[in-house]
Design a protein around this ligand. Structure first.
Ligand code: ADP
Length: 345
């Protein structure tokens, strides 16, 4: 029983296991090891899990790895040896060798731990911190610059004073918006804020959002309308979060549209609620579409910042829709317009 259990664990685990004898002949490799380092054909597999007459050098040529094997075999005090190597497909593998005494002769056992995903996540985190610092530094530098100019004497002129203070205020608002968005995103990602599900009446929700944006739309000469299917049943959702989604999408649609209209369309579709926010704006180039929901991704950084964007709105929207077991996507044609669409059960 014990033996079978052990065998099953070693076979199934997502860590490569390699056992060698003192002459570096392979005694055992588990499936994960074999998938990372394909064995030259043909392989004659013995029932005991032995691998025919292969030396480790037939499979891996990495000098660091071979050196570590040598070191483990020769080490008089049987200390474990650790080494990091690259797999065939660029994976990052951390390998640990332990002295392993077989019935008759000494050998070694190696554990191959795939760190590729961990490294990828680390890189994302690093990028994220770099992005946040950059995003905060830009408005901060402006605030500092204008404040210093005022202190250097420009404040004597009332007109300049008013002007510069309003610029400082604008940049401070941007920093506040950025920090608010970051906190929302972080709470969504760490699942600290569970959805407060309730039956939501979608007509009232959309009409409320449209009312809130009427002045913005009018100021830009845009027509803003809602088309909500009659008799649409209530949907089970977190009302505040769902509203945030529609607010973000309508806000973007207005921001990135210079003439024409913005329409919010809601209807039932295969036991889902479907909402489309369509605009006749600048559109999104094909090449940017796959990355548009990433944090801080913007088609035109300068333009987004100028109109007060944080680059986090769509990342938040996507999180909220996914938390509702829904889907969101975008279709766009540059110069003609964009449609963001989502469905939730
Ligand atoms: P931002 O705060 O920059 O608007 P978002 O995450 O909301 O950040 O959007 C990311 C980017 O997607 C924007 O910078 C813009 O380039 C593009 N975008 C979003 N919505 C639209 C739209 N309706 N039309 C054109 N481009 C859009």
């Amino acid at each position: 029983m014990k033996e079978k259990l052990l065998e099953a664990v070693i076979r199934e685990m997502e860590i490569g296991v390699l056992v060698l004898d003192a002459r570096k002949q392979i005694l055992y490799m588990n499936p994960f090891f074999k998938s990372t380092f394909p064995v030259p054909q043909p392989v004659t597999q013995t029932p005991a899990g032995g691998q025919g007459n292969f030396s480790v050098g037939d499979i891996i040529r990495d000098p660091d790895l071979l050196g570590a094997i040598e070191e483990t075999l020769l080490s008089p005090d049987h200390l474990p040896v650790k080494v990091t190597i690259q797999g065939r497909n660029g994976q990052v593998l951390e390998v640990r060798f332990l002295h392993f005494v077989e019935e008759r002769a000494p050998g070694l056992i190696g554990f191959f731990h795939d760190l590729t995903e961990e490294k990828r996540v680390e890189a994302i985190k690093r990028d994220f911190v770099a992005n946040v610092s950059h995003e905060l530094r830009t408005p901060l530098a402006s605030i500092k610059g204008y404040a210093e100019t005022l202190l250097d004497g420009a404040m004597q002129d009332r007109e300049t004073l008013r002007n510069f203070l309003s610029i400082i205020d604008k940049h401070a608002n941007r920093m506040t918006a950025l920090i608010d968005d970051l906190l929302t995103l972080s709470m969504l990602e760490s699942h600290q804020m569970p959805l407060k599900l309730e039956a939501v009446e979608i007509r009232g929700l959309i009409n409320g959002v449209i009312q809130g944006f009427e002045k913005n739309a009018r100021d830009k000469g845009l027509k803003l309308t809602g088309e909500i299917q009659e008799g649409l049943p209530k949907v089970t959702a977190d009302k505040v979060r769902l509203e945030q989604v529609i607010v973000n999408l309508v806000d973007n649609a207005i921001k990135y549209t210079n003439q024409g209209e913005v329409r919010v369309i809601a209807r039932g579709e295969n036991s889902h609620l479907r909402v489309d926010v369509e605009d006749t704006g600048i559109g999104i180039p094909d090449k940017d579409i796959p990355r548009i929901f990433e944090r801080f991704y913007r088609v035109d950084k300068g333009r987004s910042r100028e109109i007060g964007g944080t680059g986090l709105g769509l990342a938040i929207v996507k999180h909220i829709i996914q938390a509702h077991n829904g889907k969101i996507w975008v279709t766009s044609s540059p110069g003609k317009g964009t449609a963001f669409s989502f469905v939730i059960p």
